[in-house]
Design a protein around this ligand. Structure first.
Ligand code: FAD
Length: 440
């Protein structure tokens, strides 16, 4: 009899892993709380198409996607700007979220995955230290392996016993609250910078984008605190004089959502359990993109499961998934949380300085479809140039101290990631995970 696998939540990584595992002969069922046909948001997402190939998912039809525009980054002073120039071959694609889901679900169902909709997962069912099943709104279900793809607030992860050493909660600064809506196009005026990203607008700890599209203007506001519609409207009004195409009528979207922007889980596996996607915090902490990483992680997880000689899916076997995830993705992702945290330490004047001094430039602010790691970020910096800029920065001792502090933290975090225990040893992993988490 084939081994049973449950995927809790129809997250992107979960459904991609489900397809790979069903294709390999496993009996895979996904339990999703939403109604069939209602998944996703009423807006588009941007991601690297190469991740589809890694997860063995076909490219979508050409009429289902377009290539992302280059972004123009605007400093808090509102006048200093930098523009990306992403080479054509390295552009990300932009797709309706519902079409991404259609692609992933069709692929999975074709491979034999069963999906139970309108079934809310409530908590894990434990058998000693093993995750043996899930309690749901439609009853209890048991399997040999539970893949947790329920997203950032997964009720499975949050209800696991502490003895499994898996972090349950996320701090306020490790998640960003996003409001996003498409507004009507208020004017036909030609816009020079079609996709503007505003860093620390009004000096607040926030980011926003205003993207002028043919039919509408896409507004996104991201903050590290809760905010409401009154604040959205006030801010949109503040933007309008400089963005005359931003209308007042919401034509699509108009929702508040949250994205994790932190290092991946320090322990993401247990006996019979593996977390993937947002439930394991696999987004790029600097920009919140998580689709490509979830798809890549799906391939690593599926291969680990298939290669488990005992097919017992114990923590020793699943730990290999975590080690490979850190090798290929996590070690590059985690230091980006330190870069994100530097943004909290910088004053708006510091950010202006980065733009005006040339510390940041059109070249190093260009993030291609392959961007997903701290090492991709520094690839874009010329070390000699950086040292010269650092000398200039020495004249501002406070700014220099912040840069040095972040540099030290990044080195320590990178070293911690590289020192991940290669084999599961509970004591060793406990010491490693505590030390690693302490940096954040
Ligand atoms: C506004 C916004 C914009 C984004 N834009 C981009 C982008 O442009 N590019 C990019 O790469 N990434 C983007 N991301 C991030 C990206 O969506 C995620 O990182 C990625 O989808 C991985 O998350 P996930 O699929 O694991 O989790 P989720 O997307 O959170 O999916 C979890 C799934 O589990 C289901 N679920 C949750 N709880 C339960 C439960 N109790 N029982 C049953 N089912 C449950 C949910 O309904 C959902 O289907 C964006 C995120 C947001 C919120």
């Amino acid at each position: 009899m084939s081994k049973k696998i449950i995927v809790a939540g129809l997250g992107h990584g979960g459904i991609a892993a489900a397809a790979l595992l069903a294709d390999a002969g496993y009996d895979v069922t996904v339990y999703e709380k939403a109604e069939k046909g209602t998944l996703g948001y009423d807006w588009t997402d941007i991601f690297a198409p190469g991740a589809l190939k890694i997860a063995k998912i076909p490219m979508p039809d050409e009429d289902k996607y377009e290539y992302k525009e280059d972004m123009t980054f605007v400093a808090p002073n509102g006048t200093s700007k930098l523009r990306q120039h992403v080479p054509e071959a390295e552009l990300e694609i932009k797709m309706e979220r519902k079409d991404i889901y259609d692609l992933l679900i069709t692929n999975a169902v074709d491979k034999g995955v069963k999906i139970i909709y309108e079934c809310e997962v409530l908590k894990p069912i434990m058998l000693g230290n093993r995750v043996a099943g899930i309690r749901t709104s439609k009853g209890d279900f048991f399997a040999d392996l539970i893949i947790d793809a329920c997203g950032m607030n997964s009720p499975i992860r949050r209800n696991l016993p502490s003895s499994l050493m898996i972090q349950k909660e996320i701090t306020r600064r490790q998640k960003v609250t996003i409001y996003r809506a498409f507004y009507n196009k208020a004017s036909d005026v030609e816009v020079e910078d079609k996709f503007k990203v505003l860093l620390r607008p009004e000096g607040a700890e926030s980011v926003a984008w205003v993207a002028s599209e043919e039919e509408h203007t896409d507004l996104l506001i991201g903050r590290f605190e809760d905010f409401d519609m009154a604040e959205v409207e006030r801010f949109a009004e503040w933007l309008r004089p400089d963005n005359p195409r931003l209308g007042t009528e919401i034509v699509r979207g108009g929702q508040f959502v949250e994205i994790p922007v932190r290092h991946p889980l320090s322990v993401m596996v247990a006996d019979g359990y593996a977390a993937i996607g947002d439930s394991a915090f696999m987004t790029v902490p600097l920009i919140g993109s998580g689709i490509a990483n979830s798809l890549k992680a799906a391939r690593i997880l599926a291969e680990t499961v298939i290669n488990d000689k005992t097919q017992g899916f114990g923590v020793e076997a699943l730990w290999k998934y975590q080690v490979l995830f850190y090798k290929h993705l996590g070690t590059g992702l985690a230091p980006l949380e330190c870069v994100k945290n530097l943004m909290f330490r910088f004053t708006p004047e510091d950010v202006n300085y980065c733009f005006d001094s040339g510390l940041l430039n059109d070249y190093n602010i260009t993030m291609t479809a392959n961007f997903g790691s701290f090492y991709d970020l520094i690839d874009f910096f010329d070390v000699n140039d950086l040292l010269n800029k650092a000398k200039q920065a020495c004249s501002d001792i406070e700014f220099f101290k912040k840069m040095i502090g972040a540099g030290n933290k990044i080195s320590l975090v990178s070293a911690a990631c590289l020192a991940i225990p290669r084999r599961w040893d509970r004591k060793l992993v406990e010491v490693w995970a505590k030390g690693y988490d302490k940096f954040f």
